[in-house]
Design a protein around this ligand. Sequence first.
Ligand SMILES: [Zn+2]
Ligand SMILES: [Zn+2]
Length: 367
Amino acid sequence: MVNRTEAAVLTEHGSALTLRELPLPEEPEPGAALVRITCTTLCGTDVHLWSGRMTFPGMLPMVLGHEMVGEVVAVGPGTTDTLGREIAEGDRIGWSESTCGKCHGCAILREPVACEKRGYGFLQRSDVFPYATGGLVRYCYVTPGAAKLLLLDDVKDTWASMSGCAGKTVLRAVSRAGGIRPGATVVVQGAGALGVFATAVARISGAGDVITIGGPADRLKTAERFGATSTIPVDGTVEERIERVKELTDGRGAEHVFDFAGGPTIGEEAVAFAAQRGTVAIVGSTGPAPSPVALGTVMGKELTVVGSLNGDIADYHRSVDFFRTFADRLPWDELFSEPVGLSQASQRVESMSRLGELKAVIDPRLP
Ligand SMILES: [Zn+2]
Ligand SMILES: [Zn+2]
């Protein structure tokens, strides 16, 4: 069995990733699998972790990457996917983060995202067992607690990878918002991978107008190719954006507003964009910094404001299904850059931090 793996390791925020050999567990535990990564897509969170904008005491060294897919090369006893199907060597699997199954969040609320021990890339150091759980590795250890899913052959690697975070996050947010009424006007705050994908999901879900707000200009062009009927650049003022949404909605505002951006004025803008009895879903606002909201507007417009945190294996499953169902509807490949090997992962994280590409793709089988 493979007992070591090459990995691109983050040892210091803002510095180049270091290529290192990491040990692998000797044998997969019951319920675990060892996977040869065929595709890892990078997420905004990877960029924030790399730069140090997002940091936790004692988190380094770590391996970035939490959107990935691979082929099983070794499997522990009794390892099944989340639907109870046996996982064997040679199978292709995707997975969501690990949960404990026993805490209040898991067992009483039955919400995996509420697990007190939710295992995610940045919570797992690369110098302690099981070492290689992030995506920027040749071989990845998929822990017993990680919810796994066998993938059908018609699911592209990029789709499965993106479903691991961005895809499931968007589909959960739409579900938390109560779905999208056919013909409704939707505002999407943000034109990164989440915002562009949310634009596509809103349009395919039957939205009438979809107004996507973000930047830079090439991303707004991408949003248009993915279903935005109007776009608004973020380089104007808050008042200008609010005025523009009013113009585009005959003064009524949007029935659904989705925050996939975060930022100090996001809350204020979101409730201003919303129509009477509209829904505001907060997805992109992370961290402790406040974003003031006019509660009088929430009251006066009778708004429903919901938070939506990432997603679980159900949302992952929905995301994979969404890509399969609408494979030919939109040019999904445009979301993804050309794949590169681990040796270029560092440059790709930096390039994403400069908004140089929407979604970098790493194929660790490449040199
Ligand atoms: Zn739990
Ligand atoms: Zn992510």
